[in-house]
Design a protein around this ligand. Structure first.
Ligand SMILES: NC(=O)c1ccc[n+]([C@@H]2O[C@H](COP(=O)([O-])OP(=O)(O)OC[C@H]3O[C@@H](n4cnc5c(N)ncnc54)[C@H](O)[C@@H]3O)[C@@H](O)[C@H]2O)c1
Ligand SMILES: [Zn+2]
Ligand SMILES: [Zn+2]
Length: 351
C-alpha cells in the first residue's frame, strides 16, 4: 500500500509499504479521508522525535477492512471515525476517566493515549491498523459525510475540550488566544457551551475572519494592541474563562491577566522551555483561579458524541477544510499547510 513515511528531518514522502494486518483486539481500516496536523509539522521538522520508518498521521476516517479476534460488533464495510488518541479502555488511567493519559502498561503515562503516527504506524496511508479497536471504532451515522467528521478526530475534540475543561457556563465571557485550527475549534466550543461573549485573538486577517464564522462575537488583532486591556474593557474587568491555544509564554501570561478572580485558564497549547506565572496576575496565589490542561480526548464514545453534534446540525467544521489533496501529493499539502499559503486552515487528504 502507499503511505507517508517519515525518514528523518524534512525527509518524508509516499512509499510503497506492507499493508497492515489486524492482530487480536485490533482492526484494519481502509482510509478514505485524513488530514495533516500541526503536530505532524513538528515531526517532519524533527522537533518531536519519532522513529524513522514510521507512517505519520493520526486522523482516520475510513471503512473497516479487517477485524481481529475478540473485536465484536463491527464488520468489514462499516464506516468509522477513529480519534487521534486511541485509549485502551482498560488501564488505570482509562478507568479513572483520564483516557488520553492511557498507559501502555497498567498505569498512567503522560500522552500515552497518542499512538497513531507516534508509537504506531499512522493514518496518512491507504490502510491503518487501529489498536484497541473495541474502544476506538466509532460508526459514522448514515447521511454524515467524511468531510463533516474528519476534523472531529483531533482539532475539534481538542478545541471543544478547551471550553469543556474550562467549565464554560451559559452566560460566560470567554477569550480564546490564537485562532489557528485548535483555537478556532475552542471558539466554536465556547459558543456551543453557551458563552454569551466569545472573544477571539489572532494576528492573521484570514483567521480573524474565520473566527467570526466559527462563533466569535468580537475579534481582536493582537498586532499593536493591548489585548488584555481591551478584553478587560469588553468584559467589565475580566473573563470567566481564558483559553490558551498557542503554547507561548506571552499568550499564557495574557490569558492569565485576562481572568476575573475565580476565573479559569484552560490551556491547550504545547509549550517548550520554562513557563512563568506573573505574580500580580496570579494574585499571589489567592485569586481563586484554576489552571487546567487537556490532551485531545479520544475513544469511540467521545467520537460518537461529536458526530451527534454534526448530525444534528449543531456544528459544521467544513469551512475549516480549505484545501484538498490526493495522498500521492501529500508533500505539496505539507508545504502549503506549513507555510500557511492561500489562507489555508486545514487540508483534506484522500488516499
Ligand atoms: N492539547 C492538545 O491536545 C493539542 C492538540 C493539538 C495541538 N495542540 C497545540 O495547540 C497549539 C495550537 O495549534 P494550531 O495547530 O491551532 O496552531 P497554528 O500554529 O496553526 O496556529 C497558531 C495561530 O496563532 C496565531 N498567533 C501567533 N502569535 C499570536 C499571538 N501572540 N496572539 C494570538 N495569536 C497568535 C497565528 O496567527 C496562528 O493563527 C499548538 O501549541 C499545538 O501544539 C494541542
Ligand atoms: Zn494532531
Ligand atoms: Zn488505557
Amino acid at each position: 500500500m502507499k503511505a507517508n513515511v517519515f525518514r528523518g528531518i524534512e525527509s518524508y514522502g509516499i512509499e510503497e509499504v506492507e499493508r497492515p494486518r489486524a492482530q487480536a483486539g485490533e482492526a484494519v481500516v481502509r482510509v478514505t479521508l485524513t488530514t495533516i496536523c500541526g503536530t505532524d509539522l513538528h515531526i517532519v521538522r524533527g522537533e518531536y522525535p519519532v522513529k524513522p520508518g514510521l507512517v505519520i498521521g493520526h486522523e482516520t476516517v475510513g471503512v473497516v477492512d479487517e477485524v481481529g479476534i475478540g473485536v465484536t460488533g463491527y464488520e468489514p464495510g462499516d464506516r468509522v471515525l477513529v480519534g487521534a488518541i486511541t485509549p485502551c479502555g482498560q488501564c488505570g488511567a482509562c478507568l479513572s476517566g483520564h483516557l488520553s493519559q492511557c498507559g501502555h502498561g497498567d498505569g498512567y503515562e503522560a500522552i500515552g493515549g497518542w499512538r497513531l503516527g507516534n508509537t504506531m504506524h499512522g493514518a496518512q496511508a491507504e490502510y491503518v491498523r487501529i489498536p484497541h479497536a473495541q474502544a476506538n471504532l466509532a460508526k459514522i451515522p448514515p447521511g454524515v459525510t467524511d468531510e463533516q467528521v474528519v476534523l472531529l478526530s483531533d482539532i475539534a475534540s481538542t478545541g471543544f475540550s478547551g471550553a469543556e475543561a474550562g467549565g464554560v457556563r451559559p452566560g460566560d465571557a470567554v477569550v480564546v488566544f490564537a485562532q489557528g485550527p485548535i483555537g478556532l475549534c475552542a471558539t466554536a466550543g465556547a459558543k456551543l457551551m453557551g458563552a454569551a461573549l466569545v472573544i477571539g485573538v489572532d494576528g492573521d486577517d484570514t483567521r480573524l475572519a474565520m473566527a467570526r464564522r466559527m462563533g466569535a462575537d468580537v475579534v481582536i488583532d493582537h498586532r499593536g494592541k493591548d489585548v488584555v486591556a481591551e478584553v478587560k474593557r469588553l468584559t467589565g474587568g475580566g473573563v470567566d474563562v481564558a483559553i490558551e491555544a498557542l503554547g507561548t509564554q506571552q499568550t499564557f501570561e495574557s490569558a492569565l491577566r485576562c481572568l476575573r478572580p475565580g476565573g479559569t485558564l484552560s490551556s491547550l497549547g504545547v509549550y517548550s522551555g520554562k513557563l512563568q506565572l506573573p505574580y500580580e496576575a496570579f494574585a499571589a496565589g489567592l485569586g481563586d483561579h484554576r489552571i487546567v490542561t487537556t490532551l485531545c480526548p479520544g475513544g469511540k464514545e467521545r467520537m460518537r458524541r461529536l458526530m451527534e453534534l454534526v448530525r444534528m446540525g449543531r456544528i459544521d467544521l467544513r469551512p475549516l477544510l480549505t484545501h484538498r489533496f490526493a495522498l500521492q501529493d501529500i508533500r505539496e499539502a505539507y508545504s502549503l499547510f506549513a507555510d500557511r499559503r492561500e489562507g489555508v486552515i486545514k487540508v483534506a487528504v484522500r488516499p
